[in-house]
Design a protein around this ligand. Structure first.
Ligand code: 3HC
Ligand code: NAI
Length: 702
């Protein structure tokens, strides 16, 4: 029919195949091609039924998301899919949709416009639009409740998670599960139903009646909690509810209005930016697809503590056998017990079966020696944070590991080049900075040393994907991208309490902005002693006369190490709920008195701006130094490792939404108040603001 959609025939069955790699998005031409094919098949007297299938590895991944930006910028009008799907549904000859891979968003909406659906047993279907800050825009909120029932439709549209083929059949979204060849199964099914009268999904109203209104109320409560700041989730619920109150046509009209409102929202722009950002960070300038990679078939982790155990689980989860080495039996036993408990929790929650847990445990070999290290393809070191120990270990690894073995360190602060200098193969040394808990957090900062080879970087980025992480490349500096930016952010959060804000005000302001937790709550969770020890070690690097935050140190000197001690900036009850800690206020007053800091009441705006602009200013400096390749790399780090709200796009995207001129003006105000050592504006912000540009216009210097 056109380059993107082909119409062929097997005897009395027409086969429409979508051919728009890699994921058969509904790009311009695809819906038109499908409609033209359906019309041609209807006009052909030799055809009795129609099969619609995706070419390649999947059915349809949804609307072409790249088109949304063109619509909101005014470059293109919105071309609604809904009327085209009506033509498919009005086909006089039955349309059997064959789903393999995924039918997502507009993909599922297209499938539901057919009269029957057969589905490969490995396939998934879903309405993930809410994750992009929009709602289904092609009658998904109207047809899905008619097939799956209202409660399930509400959940699928408001949460956005896909469901399995088996569940799709059980719910009535699909009519038959196909094991084996999906096309052959679909053709066989089409022959069976070819002579039956067609029933349009939009006429199947039986599941819309008698719905308990609590379904909507409960879903709204959940959405307000789990999708804070995201109006699309509530809009999706409204649209599905409309299916129970309005005619199909009116419901579609209502859905269309809500879709448009969501599409033009800043939240949607941020979430779409994050979707593409996650894919952009995998692309490293100068390290193209042609770069050779090492095959990682086996691994070893050194250290079975907080991080080592979680890292080993990532390998086992990906089916890669992994040795985990400790120095003492009790530490090894403790580490293994935690791994076992984590897996058992997942089994108890029904995430996977006991058999899967057993397989994963069998892939983990605990030991106290370096036996077998000569064979593994990668070693990840996760021992205590100390340069002497790390160098000793890398020196040893250099004598044992095979030449092609990647030597990775999970250090969070130490210099990768110094660690590499303990080996004769610095090209094989790299940072793999996982985040705690390492088996849960999606971020992996890949830290390149000055000699790290392109092949080792390319392998690390590909490995990240295999381990189901979002890998972001960072340059080598103290704290890399994430922790280095966190430093001034945490600093300001403490300064603010020294100047008169309460812990609760600071935490709540940042939480209300959308962060998963406020900065002082995060510090309490991570443990105040970690930073305290580091600060003591690096005190000689502090510039004399420059203000440093002191309350956390005072808390630590009194054993108030944070949540684990039941007390830090806040006190914690037996359920880990925070309550104000009067000591913190007393220490803050003491610091202010001794340091001559004026105490005053501080507005929410100031709390927000001081914390956020400290973060953003440091981010801009990282770009200038080439530590972060692009603003989007910083944003993806913050969305996946630090609980920054995805619907705000990340710190750099947020700065763009505020406007860099405004950001600069505020930073200059803080510079005047607190001095240039703390607040000198990044030259990059000055330049972009002067040129009227945004971070998103920034071109990588790499
Ligand atoms: N539109 C445009 N491009 C898309 C796309 C889409 N719907 N889905 C994927 N792509 C692109 C990716 O950006 C990537 O491009 P790149 O190679 O240039 O970086 C390429 O296709 C491959 O994607 P992935 O790397 O993500 O491949 P995976 O195999 O890991 O995942 C997937 C495949 C599960 C389909 C995943 O890409 C995905 O979740 N896609 C988005 C699905 C979605 O949200 N659909 C709803 C869209 S909105 C909609 O349909 C509105 C409707 O109601 C009108
Ligand atoms: P941890 O103290 O929980 O575990 C370290 C483990 O290493 C201990 O079990 C110890 O017995 C073992 N070990 C020490 N020397 C060893 C050797 N020679 N051979 C084998 N095992 C040895 O420490 P944690 O928190 O897991 O940190 C490990 C590394 O990960 C550090 O470099 C840290 O900076 C980094 N990191 C920590 C994060 C965290 O949140 N805890 C986050 C990201 C990185």
């Amino acid at each position: 029919m056109n380059d993107l959609v082909k119409l062929t025939q097997q005897n009395e069955i027409a086969i429409i195949t979508i051919d728009n790699p890699p994921v058969n998005a509904l790009s311009p031409g695809v819906p038109e091609g499908i409609v033209a094919s359906v019309e041609a098949a209807n006009a052909d007297p030799t055809i009795k039924a129609i099969v619609l299938i995706g070419g390649g590895t999947t059915f349809i991944s949804g609307a072409d998301i790249r088109e949304f930006g063109k619509m909101t910028s005014g470059e293109k009008p919105r071309i609604a899919l809904t009327p085209k799907l009506l033509i498919i549904e009005d086909s006089a000859k039955p349309v059997v949709v064959a789903i393999h891979g995924q039918a997502l968003g507009g993909g599922l909406e297209t499938a539901m416009a057919g009269h029957y659906r057969v589905i490969a047993d490995t396939a998934q279907v879903g309405q993930p639009e809410v994750k992009l800050g929009i709602i289904p825009g092609a009658a998904g909120t109207q047809r899905l409740p008619r097939l799956a029932g209202v409660a399930k439709a509400v959940e699928m549209c408001a949460v956005g998670d896909p469901i399995s083929a088996k569940e799709a059949v059980a719910l009535g979204i699909a009519d038959r599960l196909i094991e084996g060849d999906i096309l052959a199964g679909a053709i066989a099914f089409a022959r069976e139903i070819a002579d039956k009268p067609v029933v349009r999904t939009r006429d199947r109203n039986e599941k819309l009646a008698g719905v308990d209104p609590a379904v909507f109320a409960t879903a709204r409560d959940t959405a307000r909690k789990t999708k804070r700041g995201q109006p699309a989730a509530l809009a999706a619920i409204d649209a599905v509810e409309a299916a129970t109150k309005l005619s199909f046509e009116e419901g579609c009209e209502f859905e269309g209005q809500l879709f448009n409102e969501c599409l033009f929202s800043i939240e949607s722009k941020a979430l779409i930016y994050a979707f593409f950002g996650e894919r952009t960070v995998a692309k490293i300038p100068g390290i193209g697809k042609e770069t050779a990679t090492y095959e990682i078939k086996s691994a070893a982790v050194i250290g079975a503590g907080t991080m080592g155990g979680g890292i080993a689980m990532n390998y086992a989860n990906a089916g890669i056998p992994v040795i985990i080495k400790e120095t003492a039996q009790d530490a090894l036993d403790r580490g293994l017990a935690v791994i076992r408990k984590n897996y058992a929790n997942s089994v108890a929650k029904g995430r996977f079966s006991q058999a899967v847990m057993d397989q994963r445990m069998a892939l983990i070999t605990p030991q106290l020696t370096y036996d077998g290290f000569e064979q593994v393809d990668i070693v990840v070191e996760a021992v205590f944070e100390g340069m002497a120990l790390k160098k000793e270990i890398f020196g040893t690894l250099d004598t044992i590991a095979k030449p092609s073995c990647i030597l990775a360190s999970n250090t969070s602060t130490l210099n990768i080049d110094d660690i590499a200098s303990a080996t004769k193969r610095p090209q094989m040394v790299i940072g793999h900075h996982f985040f705690s808990p390492a088996n849960v957090m999606r971020l992996l900062e890949v830290v390149r040393g000055k000699d790290t080879s392109k092949e080792v970087i390319a392998t690390s980025m590909a490995l990240g994907k295999k381990l189901k992480k979002v890998a972001v490349l960072a340059g080598n500096c103290r704290g890399f991208i994430g922790n280095r930016m966190l430093h001034p952010y945490f600093r300001e959060s403490q300064f603010l309490i020294e100047e008169g804000a309460t812990v609760e005000e600071v935490n709540k302001t940042l939480y209300d902005f959308g962060w998963a937790m406020g900065p002082l709550a995060v510090s309490d969770l991570a443990g105040l002693d970690v930073g305290w020890r580091i600060r003591k070690e690096f005190r000689h690097l502090e510039k004399p006369g420059v203000r440093v935050p002191l309350v956390a140190d005072l808390l630590c000197e009194n054993g108030r190490f944070g949540q684990k001690a039941g007390c830090g900036f806040s006190k914690y009850d037996e359920n880990r709920r925070p309550v104000p800690n009067p000591e913190t206020a007393a220490f803050a007053e003491q610091v202010a008195r001794e340091g001559g800091i004026e105490r005053r009441s501080i507005s929410k705006d100031e709390i927000l701006d001081r914390c956020m602009y400290a973060l953003i200013n440091e981010g801009a400096k990282l770009l200038e130094e080439g530590i972060a390749l692009r603003p989007v790399d910083i944003d993806i780090v913050y969305l996946n490792g630090y609980g920054f709200p995805a619907w705000r796009g990340g710190p750099m995207f947020y700065a763009d939404t505020v406007g860099l001129k405004k950001v600069l003006a505020r930073i200059e105000e803080f510079e005047a108040q607190h001095g240039s050592d703390l607040w000198s504006p990044a030259p990059l912000i000055k330049r972009l603001a002067a040129e009227g540009k945004t971070f998103s216009s920034y071109e990588t210097q790499a």
